[in-house]
Design a protein around this ligand. Structure first.
Ligand SMILES: C[S@@+](CC[C@H](N)C(=O)[O-])C[C@H]1O[C@@H](n2cnc3c(N)ncnc32)[C@H](O)[C@@H]1O
Length: 275
């Protein structure tokens, strides 16, 4: 599976319109869009905004930091970092349409001067050695077979002493992953590793592993709460399902099932580049 096919998996054709139509239908005033009003839609990973907030806190961003988001999607996590910590953000993503939507949403909420978005691959970062104070990647590495190059690139662009937070789905012991899932329709461009294999690959790239967190319980609770909210209030008008294309419901259902049955395991690994 090539990068082009991964990009095709995520592309929708008119996603910006899909997002703004959904926001308008939910009663959001698009002429005066506040960054927080995008929260339900723009975090393309389990546990949404809460997961981004936890990951951001682990990197302790400072206003003078420049931070790289590897696989930045439509830019939700980068906007959260910029608006919460005042740091400067750079996002890079393989899906041109996501980059375009990210730039338009940055402008729509007045954050364009804090965030720049590049179209490119995580395995060939167009940035100088040692440029960034910190970097992270959320639910992206599942699409990338070559972890050695992925983690090697993250290491290369970090300054000595800089931190890298990796959030991803690892393989669980509950059986085969069920597809279509949000990151892959049929498993062809799905490259999940076990937690230990991921740690070994990070160490192989030169990182010191600072902490490993298994977020399975938190993600399960999130799915339970979502199910309960749908039972109580009906289907939500806004959610990251808007980013998942025609079979979004089936992908979301399978993501929950993979998690509930222990087929996938959401992990977060904090690493550091030595001095
Ligand atoms: C599930 S989305 C997560 C987006 C974002 N990190 C977030 O959490 O909101 C996966 C993203 O990884 C990007 N991606 C996959 N392979 C990539 C690669 N080799 N280089 C850069 N981005 C990649 C996709 O285009 C997509 O935007």
């Amino acid at each position: 599976m090539t990068d082009n096919e991964v990009e095709r998996h995520y592309s929708q054709g008119d996603l910006y319109r899909g997002i703004t139509d959904a926001l308008a239908a939910a009663g959001v005033d698009l002429a005066n869009l506040e960054p927080e009003e995008l929260d339900p839609v723009e975090h393309f990973h389990g546990r949404g905004l809460a997961a981004t907030a936890d990951l951001a806190a682990s990197l302790a961003p400072a206003p003078e930091h420049e931070i790289l988001d590897i696989g930045s999607g439509i830019g939700g996590p980068a906007r959260y970092f910029a608006r919460t910590y005042g740091c400067r953000m750079v996002g890079i993503d393989l899906t041109a349409e996501f980059c375009d939507v990210a730039r338009r949403l940055n402008a729509a909420v007045g954050l364009a001067d804090k965030i720049s978005i590049e179209w490119g691959s995580a395995t060939d970062l167009p940035f100088a050695d040692g440029r960034f104070d910190a970097a992270y990647s959320q639910n992206v590495s599942m699409n990338i077979a070559d972890k050695t190059t992925l983690f090697g690139e993250a290491y290369r662009v970090l300054r000595p002493g800089g931190s890298f937070a990796l959030s991803e789905l690892a393989l669980g012991d509950g059986g085969d992953v069920i597809y279509p899932a949000p990151w892959s329709s049929d498993g062809v461009h799905s490259h999940l590793l076990s937690e230990q294999q991921t740690v070994d690959a990070l160490r192989g790239a030169g990182f010191d592993v600072v902490s490993i967190q298994d977020n399975s319980d938190a993600v399960r609770q999130f799915f339970e709460e979502q199910k309960e909210a749908v039972r109580r209030d009906g289907p939500p008008k806004l959610g990251n399902f808007i980013l998942m294309g025609d079979n979004a419901k089936e992908k979301a259902r399978n993501a929950a099932r993979n998690q509930m049955e222990g087929r996938t395991r959401p992990i977060e690994i904090l690493c550091r580049r030595g001095l």
